[in-house]
Design a protein around this ligand. Structure first.
Ligand code: NAD
Length: 321
């Protein structure tokens, strides 16, 4: 029997890559999203344009006991979207409604396994004040104090999935993604994240020009390339571990260092001007002890390799057609 999967958020960055991976593995895939993937045609066998906040849509797409459901749909974006405060009500209401619908109707449909993408943004701000020593081990999520409503919604929804698992035996797998990046991700328009934004700024300027970076650039993060993210998801789905577990890289860099790396890839030397902007926590890094312990694996590819792939793709996009 051919395995059947439903991918919610299949028009998004991670969802569209995931659909490709599932197809390569011979899975029959139904994708759902408000929109088609932006940068290449979907690989899904069936793609439904629909709003997952709408219960009638959910009932239609969950018309069978899928072997695997991947719930990636969320109202989200980079710091320029989630940290300004302007989108808080939408972020919380839209994403929570999707997750409440998917758990309730997924359970009713008898789905066999469901993956939920939570985020590193659930971790308490008080553990991420020191850029050199952020603490993001899974158990440190409580007492909860995320620094954004986006993080609070993710934490709430993790609990919804865990409650459905506890009370109704819904087989859930929960991962907390840490800054996933790669080709075919949003690279302009306000929802892009730091790696894509820097690649764009550097691709669009010439040697000796000046680019802007929000804050002093000494804030730290780690970034995980899309292929490794999907490998982690596959391994989690194939295991009997529910999670939540971090899927991220432990290669911590400052945003200034990230900019330097992109400049090296681009072969350009630019000046950096630090400006005010939405920042998020001071430091963040994945902690991969648990994933190593439970799945015997953790991402290990060097940041620069994925960054070069991403830069080359964005550079092509940014050239006048
Ligand atoms: P994305 O924004 O590219 O994809 C999300 C998709 O959900 C979009 O295509 C969007 O149209 C769709 N969507 C939103 N509301 C919907 C609705 N009401 N009905 C149907 N579809 C709807 O984001 P992504 O980077 O691919 O992230 C996928 C998931 O992983 C999200 O849940 C995100 O919160 C989580 N995550 C991502 C990262 C990251 O670094 N990219 C980090 C942590 C967590």
């Amino acid at each position: 029997m051919v395995k059947k999967a439903l991918v919610c958020g299949a028009g998004g960055f991670i969802g569209s890559h995931l659909v490709k991976k599932l197809k390569e593995a011979g899975v029959w895939v139904r994708g759902v999203d408000l929109k088609y993937p932006e940068f290449s045609p979907t690989a899904a066998d069936e793609f439904i344009i629909g709003d997952l906040r709408d219960q009638e849509v959910i009932k239609t797409i969950l018309d069978q006991p899928f072997d695997e459901v991947y719930q990636l749909a969320a109202d989200m974006g980079g710091a320029g979207y989630i940290f300004t405060g302007e989108h808080d009500a939408d972020i919380m209401h839209n994403s929570a409604t999707i997750n409440l619908n998917v758990t309730f109707f997924g359970h009713k449909a008898g789905i066999r396994k469901i993956f939920y993408s939570s985020s590193a943004c659930i971790y308490p701000e008080y553990n991420q004040l020191d850029s050199d020593n952020p603490k993001c081990s899974e158990e440190s999520a409580y007492p909860a104090a995320p620094d954004s409503e986006y993080g609070w919604e993710k934490l709430f929804s993790e609990r919804v999935y865990l409650a459905f698992n506890r009370n109704y035996g819904l087989p859930v797998r929960i991962a907390r993604f840490h800054n996933i990046f790669g080709p075919e991700g949003t690279w302009r328009g306000g929802k892009e994240k730091a790696p894509a934004a820097l690649c764009r700024k550097i691709a669009e300027t010439s040697d000796g020009d000046t680019i802007e970076i929000w804050g002093d650039g000494k804030q730290t993060r780690s970034f995980l390339y899309i292929d490794e993210c999907l490998e982690g998801v596959r391994r989690l789905m194939d295991s009997d571990f529910i999670g939540p577990v971090n899927i991220g890289s432990e290669e911590i860099v400052t945003i200034n260092q990230l900019a330097e790396m992109v400049m090296e890839i681009a072969g350009k030397k630019l000046n950096i001007k630090h400006t005010d902007g939405p920042l998020g926590v001071r430091g963040r890094n994945s902690d991969n002890k648990l994933i190593k312990q439970r799945l015997g694996w953790a991402p290990s590819q060097k940041l620069k390799i994925g960054l070069a792939e991403t830069y080359n793709w964005i550079q092509k996009q940014s050239q006048p057609q």
